[in-house]
Design a protein around this ligand. Structure first.
Ligand code: SDX
Length: 384
């Protein structure tokens, strides 16, 4: 078998054949199961979108109601999971807490009957249902408070905001948050989805698959960027400081958070939709000066780096929405995870349906025919 040319980060290398989503990075197109993201964001709900991604088609009325009811029924956490969270350090990052809890779910449901449709369905429902409850519970418990129990009379997005803030959200806030979840649900073979696929390919349980993906999403080059964008906007502090900031980053070859993408070489279509949501929220609940800084930053980065295809990605405006919804900054990436569970599960299901364990190769650059030197003869220090 011939080995392909080595591409750092597998850039441009297909690792699967998939029908879940499609991205055209040059024209800024994103489709879920062939439907443009703009149409889905406008007309769908997160749970309906999750159904579309995971089961491959839009549900009819009965299928959607049954799915929504099943997810609603499984939102609560077992007391052992809650008790485990009580032992987590208050200073721990919510993504680490989420990764631990996702893996812990496997302790209760570790059967690996992947050929059993009922097992697959149960895993999909439990993970979609419980991940938001885990995120909200950790937010409360890290301060020593009891978690807020889910409310069965609230929809998916509204219930999460309720568990987070102990009050029923404004309908516009709930709808905007639901659209944010739709926008973050799936994005072809990004790092965390690839991590999920590699883990899935060993035929382990879906809880371990999601735990792998959560750990991968946490990094600042991937899902962690939305948290960094807010810090960056706060550090820039004013519109006048934007240009000097960008020029410093370029001079120091530092990455500007929320910009650039391995695939998109134009503005991420999700960023454009999120910008519209920001403006809707601000019209209703008041302006945030950080948005003016963000707009100026987008203009200056386009001027300086547009020729390199560096434009806003999904993480650039999402934080401004979440902050306006009163969500703590360190929960921004866990919210990304709540949404992306849908995409990870869709790829898990697709992977186990035509599995071949991932085992790539390497180009060996090390030495051969080295001798073993006894300890007493190793006089020189080993250069690290
Ligand atoms: C997500 O893959 C997905 O689909 C991910 C995601 C999803 O939905 O799952 O879309 C979500 O992860 C969005 C990305 C969030 N991350 C950030 O915002 C962090 C900042 N962005 C980058 O670090 C970077 O753009 C990446 C990691 C996103 C992409 O990096 P690549 O494809 O490896 O790009 P590269 O390192 O090859 O850079 C190419 C050039 C370099 O300049 P040169 O060395 O050629 O002169 O572009 C420059 C880079 O320095 N560059 C940037 C930049 N990103 C790339 N310069 C300044 N600021 C940036 N953000």
């Amino acid at each position: 078998m011939t080995t392909c040319e080595y591409r750092p980060g597998l850039e441009g290398i297909p690792v699967t054949q998939s029908s879940i989503s499609y991205v055209d990075g040059h024209t800024g197109v994103l489709e879920y199961r062939g439907i443009r993201i703009e149409e889905i964001a406008q007309n769908s709900s997160f749970l309906e979108t999750a159904y579309l991604l995971i089961w491959g088609g839009l549900p009819n009325q009965q299928q959607l109601q049954e799915f929504e009811h099943e997810v609603q029924y499984h939102r609560r956490l077992k007391y052992r999971i809650r008790d485990m969270m009580k032992c987590f350090p208050e200073s721990g990052h919510p993504m680490d807490a989420l990764q631990a809890c996702a893996a812990a779910l496997g302790l209760f449901h570790s059967r690996r009957e992947l050929e059993d449709p009922a097992y697959v369905q149960n895993a999909v429902v439990r993970l979609l249902a419980k991940i938001p409850t885990m995120v909200a519970a950790f937010k409360m418990m890290r301060k020593g408070n009891d978690p807020v129990q889910p409310r069965d009379d609230l929809g998916y997005a509204a219930n999460f905001l309720y568990m987070l803030n102990e009050r029923e959200p404004d309908p516009l806030a709930a709808r905007i948050f639901d659209i944010c979840l739709i926008l973050h649900a799936e994005h072809t073979i990004n790092a965390s989805t690839f991590s999920a696929m590699v883990t899935a390919s060993t035929l382990t349980d879906p809880y371990a698959v999601i735990a792998s993906a959560v750990g991968t999403l946490a990094g600042p080059l991937h899902g962690g960027a939305n948290e960094e964008v807010i810090t960056m906007l706060r550090n820039i502090g004013s519109i006048e400081n934007v240009r000097p900031y960008v020029e410093k980053c370029i001079a120091n070859r530092e990455r500007i958070m929320g910009f650039g993408h391995r695939v998109y070489k134009v503005k991420d279509p999700r960023a454009a939709i999120l910008q519209g949501l920001v403006e809707q929220l601000f019209d209703k609940v008041g302006h945030d000066a950080s948005y003016d800084i963000a707009l100026e930053l987008e203009l200056v980065v386009e001027e300086k780096l547009g020729h390199k295809g560096i434009y806003p990605n999904v993480d650039f405006y999402s934080g401004l929405v979440y902050r306006k919804l009163g969500i703590p900054t360190d929960l921004f990436t866990p919210i990304f995870a709540i949404a992306r569970v849908a995409g990870w599960l869709a790829h898990w299901k697709e992977q186990i349906g035509k599995n071949r364990i991932f085992r790539p190769t390497q180009i060996y650059e090390g030495p051969h025919t080295q001798q073993y030197i006894p300890l007493e003869k190793r006089l020189q220090m080993w250069e690290k």
